[in-house]
Structures are given as C-alpha cells and as structure tokens.
Design a protein. Structure first.
Lengths: 446, 446
C-alpha cells in the first residue's frame, strides 16, 4: 500500500484528485487530501473509502513535518511561492514531491540537496508548463534521433472559451486566474529569430501579433510571451536560430486589449485616488487630458488610434467602460479596477465550456539535407464547470506522473522537468487515451 | 570663529565652496572640504588660507564621527543615498546639516529625533528641489496673505544648453547627469486638473506635452513630472484644484525622444545579449520585427509613426542610431547603450554654456473676487564649464542658507525644506543680487 498526500484542494485540483481516487483500489493507494479548510478537502474526497481529508497548514511547522512523514509521495497544489517550504521537508524526509508549477530559481537551488538525498522533485507537470514540454520534446527528440537538425521552434498555448460558448464580442472569457490575464505580458518580451535577439517592451507586445489557423478551429492570433529564450536551455538546443513562444487569442483581441495597455489601465503599481467613489467612465477619463467639452468616447478615439476601429470600439463599449457606474473598490490599482469590470463581463456562465489549444511548429533539416516542417497541435474542450479543459490538462499529467513514480517507472533524482522520455512518453500515451491528442502534419519547406 | 564641513567635493560643488571661501574672512569661518580623494578636495580649496582639504570616508565610521564633531555645521554633497548616515551623526553630535537633495522618507523619519536634539536638518536647498520651492512660495504666501485663494499652480523647470551654444538638431546637450535624463519620466506621472486626478503611463508621457513661451527665450515644450501631487502637502494647499509640474525642453524634443521610449530603448531592467559586439544599427533593429529585406530606417518609420516626421528623422539620423558602429559595452542594458550614444553627441563643448529656466504660473481669486494670474519666470545662463548655471543655482542657495544659519537667522529644528519665509526671503533677495532674478507679470483671467 502506498500513501499519497495532496496539499491544497483549491479550484483546479478536482480532476487530479478524482484520477487518483479512481485508481486507488487498483493500485492499492491511500489518498490524503490536506487543506487549510477541512471542508474544502472533504468536498474533494467525496467519502471515498480510499481517501481521507485532513487540515494541513504549511505554517504549522511541526504538524507539516509530521503529516508528510506518514506518506510516500507529496503533490503540492499550494500557491507557487510555498512549494519551496514543502520541498525542503520532502527532501529532509526523503519523500518524492510533484507540482504543476515553474521550477523557480529558489526550487532549482535545492537540486543538489535533493540529488544527494536521492529524492525526485518533479516540477512543471501541468499544461503550460507541462504538456507543452512533453509534446514539444517528443517531436524534437524524434527529429534529432533520426539525424535531423532543428532550425526553428514556435510554440503557442491558449486558454479560451469553447466555440459553443463563445458569445461575446471579445471571443474571450476568464477560464483561469483573471489577475494573471490582466497583468499578462508585463516586463520585456524576448525571443530570437534567425539568430537575431528581439526585444519588445510591454506597451508594444499587443502590436506584435502573429496569425495562425489551428486545427479545425479557424483563425487565431498570438502575442509573444516574455520568456522564450529560457527554453533553449530547457529543451537542449542552445544554438537554435529561431525560438518564439506565445499566447493564443481569437482574432481582434490584441488590438482591443492594446487600448487598455496604451491608457495605462493594466498598471498594478499604484493606487488610484478615491477609487471607491469613481465611476468607470471617470476611471477611463483619468488617463486622458482634461477637456470637459469633449466626450470621453471621442477623446479615447483621438488618444488611442486602435479605438477608432469600430470593431474595437464595439468591444470597449460592450464592457461598459463608458458607463457612469461606480467602481466601488477601495484603494484600488488601475489593474484591480479593470479586473473588476472584466470579471463582470467575462465570467463563464454555468453551462459554458472552456477550451485549451496548443500548437508547436518545428522546422528542421533532415539527415538527407531536406528542409521540413512539422506542425503538432492539440485542442481540448472541457466537459463542465468542474472538469474544465484547464483542470483536466493541468491535473492529468500530474496524476499520471504520480502513478508512474509509484509504479517505480521513474528513475530520477533532484529537481527535474518532464523533459525525460521516461516521463513524457507514457504520460502522452495515456493523455491520448484520455482524449488529449496531438495531431501532427509534416510539410516540405520552400 | 565657525567651522564649516563640506562632505563631497564632486563636479557641482565648486560654486558652493567658492562662495563660502570668499566670505570666510568677513564672517570668520574656517572651511574644511572632505572627499574620499584628497586631491579632489585640494583642488576645490585652492590653497585658500581659510580652507583645508581632508580625506573624508563615510565608511570609516569612527573617523566620520570624529571629523563631524570638530565642526559647527555640515553640508553633505555626497550621493543622496548616503545623507541618512551623515544625518544620524549630525543629530547625535547636535550639528546642523544642509543638503540640496530630496527629503526622502528615510530622512523624514529622522525628524522627531532631530527635533528633540534641537538640530536643524535642512534639505532641498538646491535648484529643483530648492529655488523652485522658494520662488513659488514667496508668491503663493503673498497671494494668501493678501486675502487671495489659490486656484491653480503650474511649475516648470529645465536644464538646457544656452541659446549661444545651441547648435544641434535636438537643441539639447547633457548639462547634468546623463543617466537621469535617459531614465526621466519612468513610472506613472500624476497630476490634478480641476479636481480631476490624471495619470499618464511612462510610454505616453512624451505624448502629453504643454507649450509655452518663456521670457525672451521663445518657445518651449513641457512634459509632465512624476510627482506633482506631493507638492500639495509641501506647499500647504491640499485642496488646490489644479497642480502640475513639468520639465522644460526645446520644441520637438519630446516627439523625437518618444521614438526611443516607443522602441523600449530607455529600459534599464535587463541586459541585451552580446551587447559588446552589436552595432548601434543592430541595437535599433533588435526592437523591431525580423524583416531582413526592409532597411532599418523604413522599419522604424513604420513601427514608430513619429519617425515619419522628417524633423524627427533628422534628429535620429544625426545621433548615428543607424550606423554600423560597434556599441562596445559589455553586458549593457538598453538604457546604458542609448546613454553611451547620446554622451558622444550631446556632450558640452569646452566653450559651451548651459541655461536654467524656470516658470511658475499661479491662478487665484483675490480678496475682491477677481480672477488673476501671476507668471513668475527666471532664466540663468552659466559663465563657463565650472560656473555652470546648474552649479550656480544648486550651490548658491545652499551656501546662502548656511550663512544665514551661522548668523543665527534660522530658527528651525528637525527636518525642514526652504518653505519658511525665514529661509526663502533672504535667500531669494541675495540670489537676485547675484543675478538669479524672477520676473513677475500679473494678468486678469478670462
């Protein structure tokens, strides 16, 4: 019998916990779900005889040590900043740990310690990061093993509303953390193209979109991510001349979103004076010149040229940014005010479904010197508000990797990402059986 | 006999030290100039029998205590971040301290301690901050004492090249710290107009200029400063409906500078890959799309509309941004690379003179209910590379305030700015005698 501890039973953990509970009898597992709220943990366990719910408070140091010591493997679903504390305890107690979060520098610094203790700390086992690594490397490593040479890698991911629920002018709803969507792209975006480093400041990111048709889902646009360059090291092709990662949206999103960026509405660094008593119209007006005789709508079109486009203007109007309705948020930043407005309008209805879409584009020279291109794409539509595409694609790779680990099929120590065939091959195979399928096409180039 | 200690004998301290040395005999002062470099201190003392040069190292704690204890007043010309250390010692030893730097929160936190010790810590005694406070408050307090009510306050300052030395297409040269010029405006600019708070993100600041004619020097443009709102408290008119502070440049500067901001060249937060081997042309190209068949010049005009203006384009070309000449800076940020290029082109020639220009605009309702406006403006042209307008306008108010203090004419304790009549009145009077003159005009409004 193996004992699995899941720490944190928040919104996106249902699919992960269900998978483990469903497989518990077969593999002789006991599942403990720990959360700061016992009620939250109990809801996820659903009286399953193989499961138990407990209070887990990472701030209760002794209790945390105690609980972790009684399990064989730990899955941390806590906020990313807390993984470090869990990891130190797991290493001390020689318990493998798995998460769906980025391997931060703080986590990477534990590699040596974990390696010496013989403990695997497996990070980035969700969707993005997670499935993106696995699906990209399964192709890249095949290209290289067949004597090919990588020339270019583009990779795009998006969390969107499913086509059947796509009924607003933005073709977008919040299917994930709204705050992350509002702040997305801040900082400088860096990528490399034909060996030229390229830098895009935040206020130009939504100007610099790519366009693609993906699978049978029609047209999309892609804006650049901040961190493309770090994937050269992770994927082991330090000399690749072109590497670009981006975020997928429906066409027209970036042009309208850019109006908010140009105004400065996504800034989270300062408080708007008297935000509580301000209306949304006054909020927008605060970012433009004082001209009391010119309507806010007209000023906006003069100040942000994108807003002259009637399609963009319709999106803005639909959100209610010109309405004299009170914000009602105390001491709020511009980003918080914008988020509040968007949450009202971009909320998922109870019957709405979400969609994950991912596409990789690999250009390479094969062993015969031919230039080829492989496009590998996946789309997955959620079932309902619990089994969202996001929860499924984040939860399943983590659950499957935990199973592989407990079956003794993973032979890794220290901090690792799913860039090893022993992880990505069986995980991708099982994801395919479960309906998360990458379709691949190969083309001649030129 | 009174003993004056000046700590730090850097570039802009010549005028200050000269004033004190010239008055030393008359008032029976002894002047000690301390610097980390004895040679630098000696150069400023020029063998004056009333002066002496010493090594002063703020990191040598015991020695610093010792030297300060032997003087009656301390003027700190150290970098602003070090004033705090000097102030703590001055308070401990009950020695008055004066600086030309902003009263930071760290300094303000010493107010209580200084007050209890009976020690004046006089901050912001330079030009901006310094003369701006003094000249503004002399008018504001007069308006209020005559029964008037302030409705609006605009205030602009610029450090420019003098008209006779103004011979480049930017009408601008570095007359002060180049790094501060490159980074100017970053963050969000806040002001208030007719009781409406206004916010401008950095990437729009150079879009939001005002235009003014000032004195006999023709046309200028003004871009907004970050911190207008804090002056409501400093100047004691918390309810003023309109308050705006800005920086003065010659017309056309902001439109061209905005091209750099739009590209992202003023970012100081990350390192450009292989900056050492890059040319300036490649540097500019790194901020635009990869399109090897389109010249950088054409791409720039498409990407930054301001660059389509031939006057703007001429400014950019004159700087050499399109030249295939190596940057030669290791591990440099975009802002550092831009600064290097500008320092080559915007350097003052040995015979060049600089100019300080300042204008305040006060609108008020007088005791008879009439709406009036007072414009108060000052321009000062430097004599030579030592007696620059910047060194004179920063050094003299500090020197004069030190004299007033030693003559027992300042009765203040704790952290203070020159917002008290006992400081600004005599300082402005003496500045006038020395050629730093505010000209005032009054208008009816409407």
């Amino acid at each position: 019998m193996k004992k699995i501890l899941i720490i944190g039973a928040g919104l996106s953990t249902g699919v992960l916990i269900d998978y483990l509970l469903e497989n518990a009898e077969k593999y002789d597992w006991e599942i403990t779900v720990g959360d700061i709220s016992l009620e939250t943990a109990e809801k996820k366990v659903k009286n399953n005889p193989r499961g138990s719910a407990i209070v887990f408070d990472i701030n209760d140091d002794l209790d945390s040590w105690n609980i972790i010591s009684k399990h064989d493997v730990v899955i941390s679903m806590l906020p990313a900043s807390l993984h470090h504390i869990v990891a130190l305890k797991c290493i001390g107690l020689r318990k493998p740990m798995l998460t769906a979060s980025y391997a931060t520098d703080e986590i990477k610094a534990l590699d040596d310690k974990a390696r010496k203790a013989g403990v695997p700390i497996l990070m980035e086992l969700g969707l993005d990061p997670g499935i993106d690594h696995m699906s990209a490397l399964s192709v890249i490593n095949r290209i290289i093993s067949e004597g090919g040479h990588m020339n270019s890698f583009y990779s795009f991911t998006g969390g969107l509303v499913a086509p059947e629920s796509d009924n607003n002018p933005w073709n977008y709803k919040f299917t994930w953390n709204p705050r992350n969507v509002v702040l997305a792209g801040q900082g400088v975006s860096q990528y490399i193209q034909n060996n030229r480093y390229k830098y895009i400041p935040y206020h130009r990111v939504f100007d610099r979109i790519l366009k693609r048709k993906i699978l049978r889902y029609g047209d999309f646009e892609i804006y650049p991510n901040r961190d493309s360059l770090k994937y050269r090291e992770i994927y082991g092709f330090k000399d690749i001349p072109t590497l670009f990662r981006g975020t997928i949206r429906k066409p027209g999103f970036a042009k309208a979103w850019n109006v908010f960026v140009q105004l400065g509405l996504t800034d989270d660094s300062y408080i708007i004076e008297d935000s509580e008593n301000m209306t949304y119209r006054q909020f927008i007006n605060a970012f433009m010149r004082y001209e009391p005789n010119v309507p806010v709508e007209i000023k906006l079109q003069e100040y942000c040229k994108n807003a002259e486009d009637p399609v963009v203007f319709e999106k803005l109007k639909w959100l209610g940014i010109f309405e004299d309705r009170k914000v009602g948020l105390k001491r709020a930043t511009p980003a918080q005010i914008l988020q509040k407005l968007l949450e009202e309008k971009w909320a998922m209805d109870p019957d709405d479904k979400d969609m994950i879409i991912m596409q990789h584009e690999f250009k390479f020279t094969n062993k015969d010197g031919e230039e080829k291109m492989i496009v590998s794409a996946m789309a997955y539509i959620g079932e309902n508000q619990e089994k969202t595409a996001m929860a499924v694609t984040v939860g399943l790779p983590l659950a499957i990797t935990t199973k592989l680990l407990l079956l003794g099929k993973i032979n890794l120590k220290g901090v690792n990402l799913p860039v090893e065939e022993q992880i990505y091959k069986p995980v991708l195979e099982e994801l395919k059986e479960l309906g998360i399928v990458f379709e691949e096409k190969e083309y001649m180039v030129g």
